[in-house]
Design a protein around this ligand. Sequence first.
Ligand code: SAJ
Length: 406
Amino acid sequence: MVNVIGLGYIGLPTALMMASHGVEVIGTDYNAELVATLNAGKTTFKEHGLDELFRDALKAGVKFVTDYQVTDTYIVSVPTPYDKFSKKVDACYVVAAVKEVMRVCPKGATVVIESTVSPGTIEKYIRPVIEENGFTIGEDINLVHAPERIIPGNMVYELLHNNRTIGADDKAVGEKVKELYSSFCQGEIVVTDIKTAEMTKVVENTFRAVNIAFANELAKICRHDNMDVYEIIKICNMHPRVNILQPGPGVGGHCISVDPWFLVGDYPSLTKVINESMKTNDGMPDFVLNRIYEIMKENGMTDVKRVGLYGLTYKENVDDMRESPTLQLLESQERHLATGLKVYDPFIEKDVVDNQYHDLDEFLDSVDLVVIMVKHNEIKENMDKLKGKLVLDCHNICGLEGVYHI
Ligand code: SAJ
């Protein structure tokens, strides 16, 4: 039986996927409310294909509890934030989870860490926890790192199809865990050592962050000298060895905007490109705010209350607001003491910020300048409703005459 620890954005789909592929799974989360919601037959976040997967897993017998189970395999999938001051990974949740596992696990158990961690974290923080409990790693407990790679918005498909990495001290242990993941994963699964697995995951997200920062920097150059960044990126990407990502109003989520900092925190003198890239991405909400003021001035607008931000989530078609550029922009607005921007997001039903709307038409009626912060399908399908408004399109999805860009 597999005990999946942490039933959030990664743990839940992983538990459901394994269960629906014939693995006996019990999911554990210390949040009793979340466990109660799952036991009431409801998923806890919106994700394409998740409800169907949930139904299959329930039929297959998946269970959700708050306590840790006595079993032979644990998959730890809890958040790993970064310390805002040192930029280093904050492994406190992983450490706490492994401590709990140690209380109940029998000798011979395998502990798989799925959470993203910086290279060396398992050596420095996790091994000591296991050893302090009197276990010898490799003899009494097998320790493995199997970082996830799935993208919110397409998690279910990517869980099935992505290639994966498994890091283990002992190849045979890695192969055993590979067999477990092969119950559902159709991609290639590479077995390597733990530190390599830690590094590859962080590097993948850093690569994307740096590439997005490059696109954002190009957008700033093009804005400065009145060039069309989208046309330029499109043409450059026709080169067989160029693949530039898209500029945007900022980089959010719990991955791309977090993981590269781990490297900056651990190797400050060796990460100049990464550090500058992260600062560039983090500066984008402010850049958008300045664009808003510029456009207001150009059009004789004086009242910031007639400006509306479309989208609160960190990206399109998800309900996750962690590190969202819109929230960053709102914070920045408060620093400028010019509060009053209106906000709407079809995925956010609760009131989370001031001046938030829950109906697209009411939101649009209340503003003259609409800032497209997130390219949800809803706005793409309702472009005609933007006619007659000023529009700052941060994602180049609009295609209407006279639209402003970042
Ligand atoms: N973004 C841009 N321009 C782009 C692409 C994205 O500004 O061209 C922005 C998005 O709007 C968003 C942020 O970047 O605010 C991050 O979104 P994303 O779709 O790039 O990635 P995440 O954070 O949802 O998921 C990433 C993925 N990593 C890579 O693609 C290398 C995913 O595969 C990982 O599993 C996930 O991080 C994770 O959990 O680590």
